[in-house]
Structures are given as C-alpha cells and as structure tokens.
Design a protein around this ligand. Structure first.
Ligand SMILES: O=C[C@H](O)[C@H](O)[C@H](O)COP(=O)(O)O
Length: 228
C-alpha cells in the first residue's frame, strides 16, 4: 500500500472535506490516517456547536469519533448525507481501498451516502490502478478464493499481522487476501469478477462511487468533482 504522503497533505485534505459538513447532517466517518484528520476537524466543529451524527466505518473510526465527542448512530437507523473517506490509490475517479482492512464497512457506508468525498495526498494518484486489491474473505474460503483469484489473473497473498503471529483478522472476523493484478485496465469488470467469487465478503475496488476528490498538499487542496 502507498503510505508515503506527508501528514500535512493528509491534514489539508481531511480538513477541506470536513468543511462540507453542515448542521443537521449524518456523516459517514472513514478509516485511515487521512480520514482521521477529517474526523478530528468534525470533532472540533462539534465542540463549537455543530449538530451532526457520525456513522463509523471501523473500530478505529468509532473510537476516534467517540474520543472527539461526535455523537454516533447505526446505519440501520439513519440515512447518510455525506461520507468522507481515504483511499490507497485513485485513478480516474476509481479507487482501491482496504489498506486498513476496513473496506467492507467503508463500501457500505460510502455507497449509501448522498455524497462521497475522497480525501487523499498526491502519492495516491495514479494513471491506472495498480496496487494490490484487498479482498475480504470468509476464513473457510481462503484457499478456494485464492485459486479463483489466480484464475482471473491475480496473485493473492494472505495479509499477515505485523505485531502478532498469524493473519490480519478484520472487524468482521474475516481474513484479507491482497491480490496483485498489476496495472488494471478494466476496474469495473474486475470488480464484478471478484464480487462473484463464493467466499468473497467484499473487495477494495470502488468503481465510479466518489463524488469529489480532495487532494491535499502542504500548500493547499485541489478539489475535483466527478460526474457519475
Ligand atoms: O481500510 C482502510 C481504508 O480503506 C483507508 O481509507 C485507506 O487504506 C487509506 O488510508 P490512509 O489515509 O491511512 O492512507
């Protein structure tokens, strides 16, 4: 995964997207180091009197939002006005997400938002999507999905935890295969191929879902509006 962006650039992107949050909104709270800046900015606005409700996309974003004093709700009980979330790679408005293994919940929240704002730094931009695609799978399907991923041209690697022996286990109790397809020339077809595999819970290709990309640099933010 691409992790090279400066924190100042991530902060600029996160704070830019947080400015779109208005009084009374329900906001999807993304996962990762860039979305965390948006959550902190929303928390400061709540402190100053903004009335919003957050829908977290992971254990991490729930915890941060609670620490920041943002009231939370379950997706079942609300309708999301705006979602703000990071990305591991952005190409032509399509995304690869899941570097933090949160992409299944992120896709549910982001896809159900009226507007989805992506926050990223310039290291995430690419001509074509090419970082490995995280695929969350049921544990019992590890080898069958791995074989099926190879059949559609990918090289799957079970994601291992850094600070413990064994695999990464998602917030949903599942495993992640990071699947390298090289440079992806047709993200929509690959997305439907992966979604069709028995045992796949969710993959990290987000095709044509974003409304705006907030690209932060140390010197400012570029906002790109996408037509869907
Ligand atoms: O699973 C994690 C998410 O998809 C993150 O939004 C993504 O990995 C980007 O994270 P960061 O802003 O830390 O690079």
């Amino acid at each position: 995964m691409k992790q090279g962006g400066s924190d100042a650039a991530k902060q600029a992107a996160g704070e830019s997207a947080a400015e779109a949050v208005e009084d009374g909104m329900v906001v999807g709270l993304g996962t990762g180091s860039t979305a965390a800046h948006a959550i902190r900015a929303i928390g400061r606005a709540v402190d100053a009197g903004l009335d919003v409700v957050g829908v977290p996309t992971s254990f991490q974003s729930r915890q941060l939002a609670r620490d920041c004093g943002i009231p939370l709700a379950d997706l079942d009980d609300v309708s999301v006005d705006l979602a703000i979330d990071g990305a591991d790679e952005v190409a032509d408005g399509d995304l690869i997400k899941g570097g933090g293994a949160a992409h299944a919940r992120e896709k549910i929240v982001d896809a159900n938002a009226d507007r989805f704002l992506v926050v990223a730094d310039p290291t995430k931009e690419a001509e074509r999507l090419s970082v490995p695609v995280p695929v969350e799978i049921l544990p019992m399907a590890r080898s069958t999905v791995a074989t099926a991923v190879e059949d559609v041209g990918g090289n799957p690697v079970l994601r291992r935890a850094e600070r413990k022996d064994g695999p990464v286990v998602t917030d949903n109790g599942n495993l992640v295969l990071d699947c390298d397809f090289g440079s992806i020339d047709d993200p929509a077809t690959l997305a439907s191929d992966l979604a069709a595999l028995p045992g796949v819970v969710e993959h990290g290709l987000f095709v044509d879902t974003a409304d705006e990309i907030h690209l932060g640099t140390a010197d400012g933010v570029t906002v790109r509006t996408l037509s869907k």
